[in-house]
Ligand binder design. Structure first.
Ligand SMILES: CC(C)(COP(=O)(O)OP(=O)(O)OC[C@H]1O[C@@H](n2cnc3c(N)ncnc32)[C@H](O)[C@@H]1OP(=O)(O)O)[C@@H](O)C(=O)NCCC(=O)NCCS
Length: 164
């Protein structure tokens, strides 16, 4: 099995939008409402927004392929002076094959190369599978935050961090 990591290019975006939708519906059913899933997909994973993100020199969007098939993607950005893993989504059929770990390794190298001492992320407090994965990647819980995101919705998250 070969895992390749490549930057997301404009022509990749429709496949990334579809993968995000499938993965969100699988991961967040039972954690947040279907209304909140739809709201957040529209807010963060619409084609136009991702096109803007990949043009932004302060954001890094990468995709992982397992044996040539798209498996998932990650996005990183600088947030209040810290290097943040902002998105990490692996298609349900491709999970637990190491693509998440490979994308985190790639993000770690990016953060280190830019001189950041660590990497942070936010994860829903009830997303036990992802929290288990992040612990395995070396993240630890640093904080808890509840953030309003509009539409009457909140994100109820742990902030996790790891040295890079
Ligand atoms: C969490 C996620 C990114 C991990 O990526 P992955 O490629 O599936 O995971 P890896 O192959 O790197 O495995 C890492 C570890 O994660 C844990 N893990 C991943 N999926 C799991 C599952 N379904 N059940 C239990 N543990 C799981 C395991 O500890 C696993 O190690 P192991 O297989 O040796 O036991 C991926 O499962 C995913 O996209 N989940 C849904 C979306 C999501 O919640 N994203 C995070 C948002 S903050």
């Amino acid at each position: 099995m070969t895992i390749d990591i490549r930057p997301i290019e404009p022509e990749d975006i429709p496949a990334i939008v579809a993968l995000a939708k499938t993965t969100w519906l699988d991961a967040y059913a039972g954690i947040i409402s279907s209304g909140q899933i739809d709201y957040m997909l529209a807010q963060r994973y619409a084609r136009a927004g991702l096109e803007t993100d990949i043009e932004n020199p302060g954001k890094w969007l990468h995709q992982a392929f397992i044996d040539g098939m798209l498996a998932g993607f990650a996005a990183c950005e600088i947030c209040k002076g810290e290097f943040k893993l902002d998105k990490l989504y692996i298609h349900p059929a491709m999970q637990r094959k190491g693509a998440g770990a490979a994308l985190v390794d790639h993000a770690t190298a990016l953060a280190r190369g830019q001189g950041y001492p660590g990497m942070i992320l936010a994860v829903n407090k009830n997303n036990a599978r992802a929290i288990r994965a992040y612990m395995k990647y070396g993240f630890r819980v640093r904080d808890k935050v509840v953030t309003g995101i509009g539409g009457g919705f909140v994100m109820d998250d742990y902030i996790m961090e790891k040295p890079v």
